[in-house]
Design a protein around this ligand. Structure first.
Ligand SMILES: [Zn+2]
Length: 352
C-alpha cells in the first residue's frame, strides 16, 4: 500500500509539473485528488485496515495529498501568470496605426427641429405634448370628429384604408387625438399633438406622408379671442415678433365657427411690396400668408366625450392644426416639400 501511494505521488507530481495550461491542470486535479481518485479511495478505506497499518498508511496518504495540493497551487499560479502574459501580447493594439476617419456628427432633421420649436412654444403657454397611433380607427379619425358615415367631408381627405379592415386607416390628421385625449382626462385640457399623417396626395406642396401639430384647448369660458391670442403667440415665435394674424371664415366639420389663419408676410412686412417696389414673391403681393386652420370645437364633438366630463353647456374650447412642412418651407425658403424626404445630405446639411 505504501508503495502504491508513493507511485501515485511520483506520477502525479511529474504530470503536474508538465501541465501546459490551466485546463490541463484542472483535469489532473480531478484525476488525482477528485472524489473518484485512487488516493481519495485509500484515505477513505483507512478505517478498514488492520489497526497496526492505519497510522502509517494514513500518514503517507495525507502527506501525498498535501504535497500534490501544494504543487497544483504553485502550477496554477505559474500558468495563469503566463496565460495572462500571452493574452496581453496577442491583444496588443498597435497605437501607431492610423485610426478610422472621424465620423461626422449628425443633427436632427429640419422637420424634427421645426416640430420641437412648435412644441416648445406651446409648452411655454402651458400645453402638454401627446402622441397618438398612426394607424387609427375610423371612429377617432372621422366619426367622433363630426364626420358621420357618408358625410361629404370624408371625401375631402384622400384616405389610405387598411384593405382587410375597412374601419382601420392611416390617420389623415393628428386630430383623432382630440377625442382620445378627452377620453383620457377630464377638462380643462390643453394639449398639442405632433406626428405623421397620411393622404393620397403628391406634388411640390403635398406628400403622401407629412407632419402636423394639432392643438386642443377645452375649459370654461374659452372664446375665439383666446384662440386668436394663442395663435398669435405661436406665429410670432415661428415667424418673428412683428407678425400679425388675420382670421378668415372657413369650414371644417369638427369646428364651428371655423377659420383659416393668415400670418402677415415676413419678407415684405405685410406690404406686399419689396424694397425696390417689385411685388413680393412669397405672399404674391398679398401681404398675408395662409398658415393654418382652426376654430371653436363643435359641440357635436364634445357630445362624443360627454361621459368623460365634457358637457358642451359648461365647457368649450378651440382646436387648430398646423402643417410642419409648410412652416419649415416658409421659414427656410425651401421650394419643394418633397426635398425634405429625399434624404439628400447636401440639402439636409444646410440646416445643421
Ligand atoms: Zn410678402
Amino acid at each position: 500500500m505504501l508503495e502504491r501511494i508513493e507511485e501515485i505521488r511520483g506520477e502525479a507530481s511529474a504530470a503536474i509539473a508538465a501541465a501546459g495550461s490551466s485546463a490541463e491542470l484542472e483535469e489532473l486535479r480531478v484525476r488525482y485528488l477528485g472524489r473518484k481518485a485512487e488516493l481519495t479511495g485509500v484515505l477513505r478505506g483507512i478505517a478498514e485496515l488492520p489497526p497496526e497499518e492505519r497510522g502509517e498508511v494514513g500518514g503517507a496518504a495525507n502527506r501525498a495529498r498535501k504535497e500534490l495540493e501544494a504543487l497544483l497551487e504553485q502550477s496554477a499560479e505559474r500558468l495563469s501568470a503566463s496565460e495572462l502574459e500571452q493574452q496581453l501580447v496577442s491583444d496588443r493594439i498597435d497605437v501607431t496605426l492610423p485610426g478610422a476617419p472621424p465620423r461626422p456628427v449628425g443633427h436632427p432633421h429640419l422637420i424634427a427641429r421645426t416640430t420641437r420649436l412648435i412644441e416648445d412654444t406651446m409648452v411655454g403657454l402651458g400645453y402638454h405634448v401627446a402622441e397618438g397611433p398612426e394607424i387609427e380607427h375610423d371612429y377617432y379619425n372621422f366619426t367622433a370628429l363630426n364626420h358621420p358615415p357618408g358625410h361629404p367631408a370624408r371625401m375631402l381627405q384622400d384616405t389610405f384604408y387598411v384593405q382587410s379592415h375597412p374601419d382601420v386607416l392611416l390617420r389623415t390628421h393628428t386630430s383623432p387625438m382630440q377625442v382620445r385625449s378627452m377620453e383620457a382626462k377630464p377638462p380643462p385640457i390643453f394639449v398639442v399633438v405632433p406626428g405623421k399623417v397620411y393622404r393620397r396626395d403628391s406634388d411640390a406642396t403635398h406628400s403622401p406622408m407629412f407632419h402636423q401639430v394639432e392643438g386642443l384647448a377645452i375649459g370654461e369660458g374659452l372664446t375665439l379671442a383666446d384662440l386668436q391670442g394663442t395663435l398669435l403667440a405661436m406665429c410670432r415665435a415661428l415667424f418673428g415678433a412683428e407678425r400679425e394674424l388675420r382670421l378668415r371664415p372657413h369650414f371644417f366639420p369638427f369646428t364651428e365657427p371655423s377659420v383659416e389663419v393668415d400670418v402677415s408676410c415676413f419678407q415684405c412686412g405685410g406690404s406686399g411690396e419689396l424694397a425696390g417696389g417689385e411685388r413680393c414673391n412669397l405672399c404674391k403681393g398679398q401681404g398675408w400668408i395662409e398658415i393654418l386652420g382652426a376654430g371653436m370645437v363643435d359641440p357635436n364633438v364634445l357630445g362624443f366625450v360627454e361621459g368623460h366630463g365634457y358637457d358642451a353647456e359648461r365647457v368649450q374650447g378651440f382646436a387648430f392644426g398646423i402643417g410642419v412642412e409648410r412652416v419649415a418651407m416658409l421659414r427656410h425658403g425651401v421650394p419643394d416639400l418633397r426635398r425634405f424626404f429625399d434624404n439628400d445630405v447636401r440639402m439636409l446639411e444646410q440646416f445643421g
